[in-house]
Ligand binder design. Structure first.
Ligand code: N01
Length: 550
């Protein structure tokens, strides 16, 4: 942590009565602070548990993290053309350090730090029906109140820690990829065990293998991973995106978060050989193109999906020299129905002498000893354990925050069996509370920085409406929530997504309700938000403002 920066966290406002409290200072929270404070003139205070801005980009410092979506320059804020012009992205797939540097620049440029309380966790948040306000309590025992509570608590934040017998007794170093230390972790001369082969595992394993004595990968589900083909951005590309920015932004809004015109060709119009040539071309192009740009319906049509799946399996077989290792690496779920992973040399890593793979489906972990992982078929001595085991995604951070709404009802209780929300931004029984990237929003299925901007603008419109009409509270109805649940489930059910055990379905966390956690059609979703506002805030009830002291 940069000490100078930490000392610079001056609390200019000592007032504890705010118009809005924001929880989280990642992409979503920083923009919400800027918008509500600078565009709307509200008195806003943000709270952040970490020692600096960045959210997920602050915590995910494992070896090799990069944006796992089409990144530079699209994985960035769009609201300020000046910001677009003054920040120069370096590579097509931005590294964590560069995203974090960008967010630190944004915090300084828009003078956001003075209104953020760092190193401060919110341990309680309660709605008071009499005052129509939220009161939060921090881990330092401070309280503050606000009419509105904006939760930008992160879709991928609460670490999923496996509970294998003996794991607390493991005597070596142990790190979760999503809670990585700020100091460099040295793997030199060490035997490293990595559990998990999602984005975090697949990005970090090649980096760790370059340094470690030996790496043993413990894999539960083999994954599809596409070559990221990361490269430096050219000065011409940078000049072009700056010049075309307004159009690109509009395209991103209209095309599900990315500015690419996805291909509308139909698989049935092409022969098998022609389709294969298309897959080859898109594989060479790299990034997510194989998924979004091949043929219509890859995530809907089982036969077409199987063809793409088999194409990727063929690529893995070509890369991995040992046939037995290649066999273990064959994914068998529907391509694209877990988060697609962009890699840089992952499969090649298995050709190294110092890397071995344990297939946990054939050879499950039975227990940990102080020095080793014991599986059914043997013992694997390790010095360092890397848990790349992911997150209690999308709903986990809100459930951990566990706000208490009307009548003191706890969110954890309300969400025991199902993560009901209206529009992914509001919850019945929790007046004046808004979420950014909550369950039922497009979240990770859209460019998250732009999604956060659009969601915040809608929240701001709602607050403006409330204030202009002299109203004190806004709350989603239970009927609207139930209808929203049906709507987003119906969209997901038309695809292959629900058939796979993924974190999209909550299936990675033992005991978590199984439910598709996102809205798959981001552009339609944001049209819908506009429509709800234009139709008199359909699905919400408002209360007149009561007199209260602030
Ligand atoms: O987590 P994951 P992640 N025993 O849930 C396995 C984003 N992200 O941190 O597939 C053994 O995808 C689990 O197995 P299975 C990105 O959106 C972004 O990698 O559930 N194994 C899986 O292999 C991504 O999708 C960036 O059977 C266990 C792995 O651990 C999301 O975060 C970087 C296990 C977890 O994979 C999450 O990615 C990284 C157990 N008990 C991530 N429990 C950037 O953009 C879980 N696993 C920089």
């Amino acid at each position: 942590m940069d000490r100078g920066r930490q000392e610079a966290r001056v609390t200019e406002t000592t007032d504890t009565e705010h118009d809005a409290i924001i929880i989280g200072a990642g992409f979503g929270g920083l923009y919400a602070l800027h918008h509500l404070r600078d565009e709307m003139g509200l008195r806003v205070r943000a709270f952040e548990g970490a020692g600096g801005v960045g959210g997920t980009w602050w915590t995910n410092r494992y070896p090799g993290p990069r944006v796992d979506a089409p990144s530079s320059p699209f994985y960035a804020y769009t609201f300020s053309k000046e910001l677009v012009d003054e920040w120069t992205w370096k590579e097509t797939q931005t590294a964590q350090g560069d995203v974090l540097a960008y967010l630190e620049h944004v915090a300084d440029r828009f003078d956001l730090r003075k209104d953020i309380e760092f190193d401060t966790w919110i341990v309680d948040a309660r709605y008071d029906e009499a005052t129509q306000r939220w009161t939060i309590e921090t881990d330092a025992g401070q309280t503050a109140t606000a009419q509105f509570l904006v939760c930008a608590v992160g879709a991928l934040f609460v670490a999923n820690m496996p509970d294998y017998p003996g794991i607390p007794d493991f005597a070596g170093e142990c790190y979760h990829t999503g809670r990585w230390p700020h100091e460099k972790v040295s793997f030199a001369g060490k035997r490293v065990g990595v559990i998990g082969t999602g984005s975090s595992g697949i990005q970090s394993i090649p980096e760790i293998a370059r340094e470690a004595d030996h790496v043993t990968v413990f894999q539960r589900t083999p994954q599809y991973a596409l070559p990221a083909r990361n490269r430096p951005l050219t000065p011409e590309e940078i000049a072009r995106y700056r010049h075309d920015w307004a159009d690109l932004r509009t395209s991103m809004r209209k095309r599900g978060g990315w500015p690419f015109a996805t291909n509308r060709r139909r698989a049935s119009d092409y022969s098998k050989e022609e389709r294969h040539a298309v897959y080859e071309e898109l594989w060479e192009k790299g990034g997510i193109h194989l998924s979004i740009d091949s043929f219509v319906g890859v995530l809907v049509d089982e036969a077409l999906n199987e063809e793409v799946s088999e194409f990727v399996r063929g690529k893995i077989r070509d890369i991995v020299r040992d046939p037995e290792t290649a066999r273990k690496l064959m994914p068998d779920y529907h391509f694209g129905t877990k988060r697609l992973i962009l890699e840089g040399g992952y499969f090649e890593t298995y050709n190294r002498e110092n890397v071995s793979l344990v297939d946990l489906r054939e050879d499950p972990i039975e227990a940990f000893t102080p020095e080793a992982v014991r599986t059914k078929q043997g013992e694997h001595p390790i010095d360092v354990l890397v848990l790349a085991t992911g997150f209690d995604a999308v709903s986990g951070s809100m459930r951990k925050l566990d706000p208490k709404g009307r009548g003191g009802v706890s969110l954890a209780e309300k969400w025991r069996d199902r993560f009901d929300t209206y529009l992914g931004t509001t919850i019945a029984g929790f007046p004046n509370l808004f979420m950014i990237h909550g369950p039922g929003s497009p979240g990770v299925f859209f460019t998250m920085p732009l999604g956060g901007e659009l969601t915040t603008a809608w929240i701001a419109d709602c607050i403006r409406h409330l204030r202009e009409q002299g109203l004190g509270a806004v709350e989603a109805t239970e009927d609207a929530e139930a209808a929203w649940d049906r709507e987003i489930s119906a969209i997901a059910d038309r695809t292959l997504y629900p058939r796979t055990n993924s974190w999209y379905m909550g299936a990675n966390i033992p005991g978590k309700p199984r439910q598709f956690l996102g809205h798959l059609r981001g552009s339609q979703y944001f049209d819908r938000l506009t429509e709800v506002a234009e139709q008199g805030w359909e699905g919400f009830v408002f209360e007149p403002a009561r007199d209260h002291p602030s």
